[in-house]
Ligand binder design. Structure first.
Ligand code: ATP
Length: 555
């Protein structure tokens, strides 16, 4: 657990019976409730309504970490004191037995395709389990299955237990870092993590503490130099791919979940960054008794040594499950010893990758075994080995553990989430040049074009037809223009999907906050060209036309 010296002055003396966000002892309750929080919100509200004031709000000095001077350095990466966000819930002993996943065949009548075939294993608190195997072997599918995120098109069988019982993990208990880093491109690193902290952490936690915590997690992920850089996306270049990956981990690490799933946490990172990120996660796992399951592609020797357990898959089957040190022994005993000076993880993956067997056969010497044969030998050897027996015994032992059910972690209130999401959405719209500002320019262009073509249509009977044409053209053009907003909308929905799956907020908060933030913007970009068109065409009799134009433009 964290060093008490790093605890903030209002932090309680930890007791195992205290829930995560139960912070006793509030020497400065003013600051907690009325002072800091209200202050932040008033400035937030100002910045939300007038986004151009945001710069000033963001330039406020950041609150120093609770640990004060306890910041050290580790190979150039700042290592901050143990976090102050402590959890006293039981650890997660996750076991899975004979897990099979199938998907319907591509053509009607064809047999289902088996993606996972009888996978058995376990993960325990304080340890990092690595799931490794060639590309397409089922690592992500296994993670999705364990996290309860399989798509409806997949069929799953087998027994997955948490502390010996079937349990749906409550909010804040588990987190999942996906392979594709879905983030809001218009925000800076600091903003994205702050907003996430405000969405996930409870209202009872003082705002300065949330910010300090977010700042600490950012630094622990080695993002200290990129805090004010925008994430970037479709149009603008922002942080690098590796930094995006670290950002994704950062956001999910904020609540220090009991169970953490990581899909390719080191992809896109250089070997030093991979090591620092994984070693931070491994340290956090030990310190906070987190259960970490990571699907990894090609770990360097240093990173590989950080893993406690290894689940080696090949084309949906288990090649090996056990400790990292036993894996080497198992490969040697099965006739595939790791060559001298070679990274064991490279050796394992090379031995069981059959995607390039044809090339191997052509270039191999007489009696060299191709990967398909090696997989057959290894999977059979594993099933009858003492390692498989040991895994079964450990699962039986873990199933016998009686731990109290997990409590749902206290979360931000509906109102707070709504405010945070509305503000974030405001900023996103304000900065999304492609969607809003270009749209305004194009609408004005359309307004001028149509207005000059149908200049002063007049009020005679013959002008009725012209009026109809104006309305028809406006409708048609704007309907096509609305499609231009799709890429931004799709990006927003992706972020929403990720955050909803993680339990940060629900559909109601998303819909309300987007409506609140989008309405003034859309009305703004609709009223100006609408008024221009209204004035140029001379449709001055009949307010209905104006309302119609504005409504259409808002689409
Ligand atoms: N929805 C799906 N429909 C059809 N096939 C699927 C689906 N999802 C996964 N698969 C197949 O299942 C296999 C395992 O996929 P999965 O994404 O789990 O592999 P992976 O080991 O994570 O790969 P990578 O390391 O390249 O990310 C692949 O052959 C993939 O094509």
């Amino acid at each position: 657990m964290a060093a008490t010296s790093s605890l903030p002055r209002w932090a309680p003396t930890l007791s195992p019976s205290l829930p995560l966000w139960h912070w006793g002892g509030t020497p400065n309750s003013d600051e907690r409730r009325g002072g800091a929080t209200a202050g932040w919100w008033s400035s937030s509200f100002l910045a939300a309504v007038f986004p151009w004031t945001r710069g000033r709000a963001d330039k406020r000095p950041t609150v120093p970490s609770a640990g004060g001077s306890g910041v050290g350095s580790f190979d150039g990466v700042e290592v901050l004191p143990a976090t102050t966000v402590l959890d006293v819930d039981a650890g997660v002993f996750l076991t899975w037995e004979d897990v099979c996943v199938t998907i319907a065949g591509r053509t009607r009548g064809s047999p289902p395709v088996r993606i996972l075939d009888g996978i058995t294993g376990h993960a325990r608190p304080g340890e990092v389990l690595a799931i490794m195997g060639p590309s397409g072997c089922g690592k992500t599918t296994l993670l999705d299955t364990l996290a309860g995120r399989l798509g409806p098109e997949m069929n799953q069988t087998g027994v997955i237990l948490i502390n010996g019982r079937q349990e749906k993990l409550a909010f804040g208990t588990s987190a999942y870092v996906t392979q594709d880093n879905v983030l809001m491109s218009t925000l800076t690193v600091r903003e994205a993590v702050y907003y996430s902290a405000h969405l996930q952490l409870p209202d009872t936690m003082p705002t300065p503490e949330k910010r300090a915590h977010a700042e600490r997690v950012i630094r622990e992920m080695g993002l200290g130099d990129a805090v004010d850089t925008r994430i970037g996306g479709r149009i603008t270049k922002g942080i690098s791919g590796g930094q995006r990956k670290r950002m994704s981990i950062c956001v999910e690490m904020l609540t220090l979940p009991r169970l953490l799933f990581l899909d390719e946490p080191t992809s896109g990172l250089d070997s030093a960054a991979s090591y620092h990120v994984m070693s931070h996660i491994a340290r956090a796992a030990v310190r906070e008794r987190m259960t970490v399951i990571a699907a990894v592609h090609q770990p360097s020797g240093d990173v590989f040594e950080l893993f406690h357990g290894l689940c080696l898959l090949a084309y949906g089957r288990t090649v090996f499950f056990g400790t990292v040190s036993n894996a080497n022994e198992f490969f040697t005993l099965s006739g595939f010893p790791c060559p001298h000076m070679r990274n064991p993880s490279d050796h394992f993956l090379r031995t069981i990758n059959k995607d390039f067997d044809e090339e191997t056969v052509e270039s191999s010497k007489a009696n060299r075994k191709i990967a398909a044969e090696a997989i057959e030998i290894l999977t059979n050897a594993y099933q009858s080995s003492t390692y498989a027996e040991k895994t079964t015994n450990e699962i039986v032992e873990m199933k016998g553990k009686v731990e109290a059910p997990f409590r749902r972690k206290e979360q931000a209130s509906f109102f707070t989430k709504l405010l945070v999401l509305t503000r974030r959405s405001f900023i996103n719209m304000h900065r999304d040049i492609g969607y809003y500002w270009m749209r305004l320019a194009i609408y004005m262009g359309i307004g001028i074009c149509l207005g000059t073509i149908f200049y002063q249509v007049g009020y005679s009977y013959s002008s009725i037809q012209t009026r109809c044409e104006v309305i028809m053209y406006t409708t048609a053009l704007l309907t096509f223009m609305a499609i231009g907003g799709f890429p931004s909308f799709v990006e927003d929905v992706k972020v929403f999907r990720r955050e909803r799956l993680s339990g940060h907020y629900g559909v109601a908060e998303f819909v309300i906050s987007n409506t609140l933030s989008a309405t003034p913007y859309l009305a703004f970009i609709a009223v100006i060209p609408g008024a221009m068109l209204y004035y140029l065409t001379g449709l001055t009799r009949g307010a209905g036309h104006f309302v119609y134009f504005v409504t259409m433009l808002c689409m």
